[in-house]
Design a protein around this ligand. Structure first.
Ligand code: AMP
Length: 429
């Protein structure tokens, strides 16, 4: 199938120039599906994970619409769950909108309000914000949202998880009733559906492989004893093809400790979690982005929406609690059309979580064996992998039957991978 071109959308020269400078030659699938209906002014419900190009999917048509008519003051509001994601969207708006003459303000929590009030007083056409801070400034009458033409909720599911529902409702109620409304969400829990029913009018629905990690990510589970996790991680960080990695842990405390251990072991490593000040978070992320650090140790705060180029590996040092978190964590690598690897460390104690994860994802996850790490009984078995279990049990006994079982498991695994060598199968979308 030939690649579609941005030309087919009838975009004006200003937006086309921004796209060309960004190096975007052909639209990503989400863009191919969403740009035309947004250009027509339709409401839209987009089910897409991060890393698919959804930011440009809404920015390109909205910048085009706004640039066709001159008027100052907030005309487009984009709401995002975290400061980091809002900062990224703002940067993308400035990049793609450079030649449109439209100005964008960033309004996020955790930093003083003064400069943001000042930026709003200059009447920018775009406001990219986290909901709490924008509502705060609206209530103080520092933001005038009376002429907004379009509003985008990005990562709606995550915003609701973070407790932004009341702020979002209040903001949406404060906007002019006649406007275009777009929701993007990786998942569609009941609360998002209810919000969409209330605020979207006959939305065009666009869906991209919900709940599946990005197509370019090779992923696998790796059995390990809890006490050997650090040693296994050190091996992964040293393996061929490793360029830059994000390591996810469940708690801030564990993230802090691991970052310290890695630092002591000589890795160029930094941590990103909720206990840091905004300045520390910016430093960590900036350093990782610019290559001063190769390893970012993070809690799930960093799992959503972050766009750092060249992340070759994601390591789930702790198994994520839900399939959504798994998908979001994996979305940090294999971004766009790049290929990435994701490895989830699993101990015997994780077997229930792993079973739940596989049930939610709808298929068993590939296993990767690392010599010397998986103790007998430590690796949770995939559902229905009886022979593999036999191979493991037999290996402990070291018999000929065990060798046969092992060989047949390998053969089947290889056949499943379509003869590909390496340690996992590519996710099917
Ligand atoms: P997003 O899902 O919006 O975070 O986008 C993921 C990555 O894809 C970002 O690094 C974008 O710069 C990049 N990207 C988005 N659209 C395109 C495109 N049409 N061509 C090339 N890269 C793109």
């Amino acid at each position: 199938m030939g690649k579609q071109s941005f030309k087919t959308f009838g975009l004006g020269p200003k937006v086309r120039k921004g796209l060309a400078e960004a190096g975007y030659e052909s639209p990503r699938p989400i863009q191919a599906k969403a740009i035309a209906p947004i250009l027509e002014g339709r409401d839209l419900l987009g089910l897409a994970q991060t890393g698919t190009g959804k930011t440009a999917a809404f920015l390109v048509p909205l910048l085009e619409r706004l640039s066709r008519r001159r008027a100052s003051g907030p005309r487009l509001v984009v709401l995002a769950p975290t400061r980091e994601l809002a900062t990224q969207i703002h940067a993308e708006a400035e990049r793609l909108g450079r030649y449109t003459g439209l100005r964008a303000a960033l309004v996020v929590g955790g930093v003083p309000t003064g400069p943001q009030s000042k930026a709003l007083a200059a009447r920018p056409e775009l406001v990219v914000a986290t909901p709490g801070r924008l509502l705060d400034l609206l209530n103080k009458e520092r933001a005038d949202l009376g002429r907004v033409e379009a509003v985008v909720l990005d990562e709606a599911d995550h915003m609701l998880e973070l407790g932004f529902l009341p702020a979002i409702r209040e903001l949406l109620e404060a906007l002019p009733a006649k406007r275009q409304t777009l929701f993007f969400s990786a998942t569609l829990p009941h609360e998002v559906r209810a919000l969409a029913e209330r605020f979207l009018s006959s939305p065009h629905r666009v869906e991209l492989a919900p709940n599946a990690p990005a197509a370019g990510v090779e992923h696998a589970l790796c059995a390990v004893r809890a006490k050997d996790k650090l040693r296994l991680l050190t091996e992964v960080l040293g393996e061929r093809g490793f360029e830059k990695g994000i390591v996810f842990l469940r708690t801030k405390q564990r993230a802090r400790e691991l970052a310290r251990d890695l630092d002591e072991a000589g890795h160029r490593c930094t941590a990103l979690h909720g206990d840091l000040t905004q300045r520390q978070r910016d430093e960590a992320l900036g350093g990782f982005r610019e290559g001063r650090y190769d390893v970012l140790v993070a809690t799930d705060l960093a799992a959503r929406g972050l766009d750092v180029a060249g992340v070759s590996h994601v390591v789930n040092y702790d198994v994520p609690g839900t399939a959504e978190t798994y998908t979001h964590r994996l979305g940090r690598t294999g971004r766009g059309e790049a290929v990435g690897k994701a490895l989830t460390f699993v101990t015997h104690a994780d077997r229930e979580l792993v079973a739940e994860l596989e049930a939610a994802l709808g298929e068993p996850l590939p296993r990767r064996r690392m010599r010397d790490f998986a103790g007998e009984g430590d690796a949770p078995r995939p559902a229905g992998a009886g022979r593999r279990g036999a191979a493991r049990r037999g290996r402990a006994r070291g018999g000929a039957a065990a060798r046969r079982a092992r060989a047949s498991w390998r053969q089947r695994a290889r056949a499943r991978r379509g003869g590909r060598r390496g340690w996992s199968s590519r996710w099917r979308t």
